[in-house]
Design a protein around this ligand. Structure first.
Ligand SMILES: Cc1cc2nc3c(=O)[nH]c(=O)nc-3n(C[C@H](O)[C@H](O)[C@H](O)COP(=O)(O)OP(=O)(O)OC[C@H]3O[C@@H](n4cnc5c(N)ncnc54)[C@H](O)[C@@H]3O)c2cc1C
Length: 242
């Protein structure tokens, strides 16, 4: 039942991403059919890159919806994925606690608890106890004649939010920009912020034209919209910019 850490891998993104975004923008204003000019568009990378940087900075984001990124994520808690799936403009596939036994579940140890020896001892003690209870309950349910899945789906009710999970998420570029604005912010909970920062690093490498300046909302605004109480102080709060 080891402690585990975050691992994020970009599985794939839409092919010809730049050409696709560019074609979507062009179709709005061009008389020609994008289908007829797409092969030619694919050749003009430099022109497209400059154009796309411009539309991103001007906030015309709907053409970005045509390009999607898919990330595989492991070493995160159920507490994290509960927050992640609140982002509705996305697709998810998460490891099942019904079909996958949690007899030896891994867990996420928050840094604050890791740095406090007494809290850490208490945390690790309860993880061990939960493990024992989970295994005992699933054996009792199986002995009662329930199938493995049925026993798992009920035994999992004792599992903690710290339990490790794996999930695949697909978001289009517009949703990713939105996700980064909220989840790279210092106000976001540390675990989902770590995840967002790792996703952003990889998105920047693959599509800098869209993501070079992405991040917490303050970075685009040059002020903090969170107000005095919640601001991390990196940028002045909105009221102080007037
Ligand atoms: C720091 C922080 C603290 C939070 N604290 C809490 C909390 O205490 N409790 C809690 O419940 N949640 C909390 N949340 C979650 C938050 O309220 C949102 O549910 C989550 O961030 C998803 O954001 P979203 O709805 O903007 O985005 P998405 O679901 O990703 O949607 C993207 C955008 O699409 C549009 N959209 C999507 N669905 C609709 C719709 N049905 N109608 C109209 N427009 C739509 C909106 O413009 C939305 O911004 C917190 C989030 C953060 C970042």
């Amino acid at each position: 039942m080891p402690r585990v850490t975050l691992n994020v891998k970009l599985l794939d993104l839409t092919q010809n991403a730049l050409a696709l975004i560019y074609a979507a923008c062009r179709q709005c204003y061009a008389e020609q059919f994008a289908g007829d000019i797409f092969d030619k568009i694919k050749e003009g990378q430099d022109k497209q890159a400059a154009f796309i940087r411009k539309i991103v900075s001007s906030g015309h984001e709907s053409p970005l919806e045509h390009v999607k990124f898919t990330f595989a994520i492991e070493g995160v808690s159920r507490a994290l994925t509960h927050q992640l799936v609140r982002h509705r403009m996305a697709s998810y596939s998460q490891q099942s606690q019904r079909y996958v036994k949690e007899n030896d579940f891994d867990y996420i140890l928050p840094p604050s608890i890791e740095n406090n020896p007494q809290a850490k001892t208490e945390f690790e003690k309860i993880m061990g106890q939960i493990q024992e209870s989970y295994t005992k309950i699933s054996h009792l349910l199986a002995g009662q004649g329930l199938s493995g899945e049925t026993a798992n789906q009920d035994a999992r009710f004792v599992l903690p939010q710290a339990a490790e999970t794996k999930i695949i998420v697909t978001m289009n570029c517009r949703e990713l920009l939105h996700f980064f604005k909220h989840r790279c912010c210092a106000r976001a909970q540390w675990e989902i912020r770590d995840l967002a920062e790792k996703m952003l690093e990889q998105a920047k490498v693959r599509l800098p034209e869209v993501f070079a300046n992405a991040g917490a909302k303050c970075e685009a605004l040059s002020f903090c919209p969170e107000g005095e109480r919640f601001s991390c102080g990196r940028f002045p709060v909105k009221e102080k910019t007037k």
